[in-house]
Design a protein around this ligand. Structure first.
Ligand code: SAM
Length: 335
């Protein structure tokens, strides 16, 4: 049993994530015309400090790039693809993709989160013309699950507690024999942005395993997964991060098992993924963000905590893995 209070503290982390994104947009690190519609007026706060904005920028840019590569590869191979965002919160990625260059590549975009979060999101979508217009013809958009879900031709929002057995959640929501929403024949990308740390490693593995089992019987399975998370929480700075969250009653049962960046791909490789890689945000900022972008953002705000920046960025990582059947491995290539 999970306590209601502990769960509401976990849900509050979505407000943090959306405020951090809004702040990075207001300060022009990122462009996102949709996030403002998902932050309730009553939650508005002053912009975040530069260090947080830079972290948000590095994280968003890197994940956007991995997702872009996924959509581009699908397009190149003449297939459409599916994206499933677990613990999606107030994320705007669906709207950005559906109005971008790769919109025709998207067969389905599925978001899952606690019902308290999905009902607020469903409400925000219905209240905002900018958000609802992207879903298509209003006649094709339906509210479901007593207001906690929403369906449109491409976008689907579902309430679920991701710690429960996946057969009962994902199985019934996405793969019911009477009409599976996810096709096991299409390349499918899973997004876990800042969510696995709130559940036990056993529960996280069970989620990933469910997808592997759903897709692997297909001779042409292509399953990708991106995890963004804080890690290295055993060192002195990491312990401060954990303490700060504890003070807000957020516990991190998923924090322990990956002490360093080299251990992170193990999460995927242990489940039979074909390949997996991990980079810290510090490494991504140094070696992967285009120089022109780094120069552009260096003009936005004065920052005097440059050493602290590296320390913070060194405690967040992106891990991405690919599970691909031998028959399509060469065509799909590396990621
Ligand atoms: N992925 C979004 C992003 O990056 O902007 C939101 C991140 S927020 C830090 C974590 C989200 O995971 C929250 O919306 C929270 O409700 C959700 N979450 C955490 N544990 C969950 C669970 N057991 N079941 C469903 N959602 C969960």
């Amino acid at each position: 049993a999970h306590s209601q209070d502990a769960d509401s503290s976990i849900r509050l982390t979505d407000t943090d994530a959306s405020l951090a994104r809004l702040s990075a947009v207001q300060k022009r690190y990122l462009e996102d015309p949709y996030i403002k519609h998902l932050v309730p007026r009553s939650h508005l706060q002053p912009p975040r400090p530069p260090l947080i904005n830079i972290g948000t920028f590095v994280r968003a840019t890197a994940i956007d790039d991995l997702v872009f590569q996924w959509l581009q590869r699908s397009t190149d191979l003449g297939t459409r693809c599916q994206i499933v965002s677990l613990g999606a919160g107030s994320d705007t990625r669906f709207w950005r993709i559906a109005t971008g260059a790769h919109k025709v590549a998207l067969a389905a975009y599925v978001e899952l989160d606690f019902p308290e979060i999905t009902s607020k999101k469903a409400m925000a979508i219905r209240k905002s013309r900018d958000l609802s217009a992207v879903l298509g013809n209003p006649a094709d958009v339906t509210v479901a699950h007593g207001g906690t879900g929403l369906h449109s031709p491409t976008y689907h929002l579902f309430p679920a507690d991701l710690r429960l057995p996946p057969a009962d959640t994902l199985g019934t929501l996405l793969a019911s024999p009477s009409g599976a929403l996810l096709s096991p024949a299409l390349p499918t990308l899973l997004l876990f942005e800042c969510v696995l740390v709130y559940m036990t490693p056993t529960a996280s593995s069970a989620l990933l395993q469910w997808f592997v089992d759903y897709f692997s019987p297909e001779g042409s399975a292509v399953l990708g997964s991106i995890v963004y998370e804080m890690f290295r929480l055993q060192d002195s700075f990491g312990r401060v991060m954990v303490e700060n969250l504890r003070a807000r009653h957020v516990s991190l049962p998923g924090a322990a098992p990956y002490p360093d960046v080299h251990s992170l791909p193990g999460r995927f490789l242990a489940l039979g993924f074909t390949a997996a890689r991990a980079l810290t945000l510090k490494e991504i900022r140094k070696s992967y963000i285009p120089r022109t972008e780094l120069e552009r953002i260096s003009q936005l705000e004065l920052i005097d905590e440059i050493e602290e920046l590296d320390l913070v960025l060194d405690h967040y990582a992106i891990t991405w893995g690919l599970f691909v059947s031998p028959a399509v491995a060469v065509a799909w290539g590396e990621w």
